[in-house]
Ligand binder design. Structure first.
Ligand code: ZN
Length: 389
């Protein structure tokens, strides 16, 4: 048992100063004051002056590392616990990207299991950029239904020179299979769609929603603020009730006017100003993914790597630069991803749900992180390290 005293709780809605008691992997009780007899032996941590939120969910992480677009030397490394918990993250969704050959499903599932064994919550999607989808069992429905870790498909690349150039019929079949697999197993069956810079933008998603019975909630388009025209289409999709995912980056400079992209905090502000529900956005990191930069002719001119540490950085920008209330901004990495991904015990501070908790100071610097009722980070230091860290 851990008894957290006097924390300012964002559930994500702001509920004020509370005591929070965990038992095992769950949140047992939330009240204005909880007193326990000493002989119960609960660990008591006083968090007076600190902010308590649900543990963060990073819904798009290349946990195995990515293939590098510049050749084998550019392959990016696997994620470790030290890339995640010190930044408040207690749940990750892993996926494959451009390289669906040298990075493949058995390794992705093994990596997902490895993260679970190290104490955090982890899930993955079946497939990669490529179509036909490279599944584990040969079938999208079977993968989602029968493999515990798999909750959706993706990231399927569209409108990108690195995609398989899927046709409308390819694309709607993937969405249909994901939907059925999700329904039959009580999972999201989400289609994570990598949006490239191509001119067709969201055409395939739009057509599927318009011409079939598949609802907007089946899709989570990502990288949606990578260019302005794409962002406008993403806003239309959100106006229809679709959830859109913004890709954070440590190097995003809120005060800079980029020609090529809109930083998440500005994009989210615009979305909220347009009256779109604050339930309809998520922020993810593209962690461990290679971030190649291409010139106009498609020639590789540079390489970076995504980091999950950007989630809290983007939340700080939302709160301190874009003046979005913390209880709204934090939804993008807690309750909103939990909802669209059907992670029923995640994303909220409530009795009976998983004890995934992030505690920060008023500058939104991470102090303490609890995953499934276990202290992973205390006063900014990792208490539980990965096996080889
Ligand atoms: Zn992507």
């Amino acid at each position: 048992m851990i008894l957290i005293k006097n924390a300012d709780v964002y559930a994500p809605e702001h509920i004020g100063i509370r005591d929070v008691l965990t038992e095992g992997s769950k949140i047992f009780k939330i009240a204005e004051s909880i007193e326990l007899p000493e002989e119960l032996g609960a660990e008591v941590i006083d968090e007076t002056g600190l902010i308590l939120t649900p543990g963060f969910i990073d819904n798009h992480v290349h946990v195995l590392g990515g293939g590098g677009e510049g050749g084998f030397a550019m392959r990016t490394p696997e994620v470790t616990l030290s890339d995640l918990t010190p930044y408040g993250i207690t749940t990750v969704v892993g996926l494959l990207g451009t390289d669906g050959i040298a990075r493949e499903m058995t390794s992705l599932i093994a990596k997902t299991k490895s993260l679970r064994e190290q104490g955090i919550s982890a899930y993955c999607h079946t497939g990669s950029y490529q179509v036909p989808v490279h599944t584990l069992t040969g079938d999208i429905i079977k993968d989602i239904m029968m493999i515990d870790e798999i909750i959706g498909v993706g990231e399927i690349a569209v409108s990108d020179h690195r995609s398989s150039q899927p046709s409308f019929s390819d694309f709607k079949k993937i969405a249909a299979d994901a939907r059925v697999g999700g329904m039959l197993s009580g999972k999201a069956g989400i289609v994570d769609v990598h949006m490239g810079n191509g001119k067709r933008r969201m055409e395939l998603i739009r057509r599927t929603v318009k011409e079939t019975e598949i609802p907007v909630t089946q899709f989570l388009p990502t990288h949606v603020s990578r260019n302005r025209k794409l962002f406008e289409e993403a806003l239309e999709f959100a106006h229809m009730g679709g959830t859109i995912d913004f890709t954070g980056n440590e190097n995003n400079d809120y005060d800079k006017e980029y020609k090529s992209k809109i930083v998440p905090a500005k994009a989210i502000k615009r979305m909220l100003d347009e009256g779109i529900s604050s339930d309809l956005f998520t922020i993810s990191s593209d962690g461990q993914g290679s971030l190649p930069r291409f010139d106009k002719e498609g020639k590789l001119i540079g390489m970076g790597m995504g980091k999950s540490s950007c989630l809290i950085k983007e939340i700080r920008d939302c709160v301190f630069k874009a003046n979005i209330p913390l209880e709204t901004a934090i939804k993008g990495i807690t309750s909103n991803p939990a909802k669209i991904l059907c992670l029923k015990n995640k994303g909220r501070i409530a009795e009976g749900l998983d004890a995934d908790i992030t505690i920060m100071n008023s500058d939104l610097q991470i102090d303490t992180v609890i995953a499934l009722g276990k202290v992973m980070v205390r006063h900014g230091e990792m208490v539980v390290k990965g096996f080889f860290e």
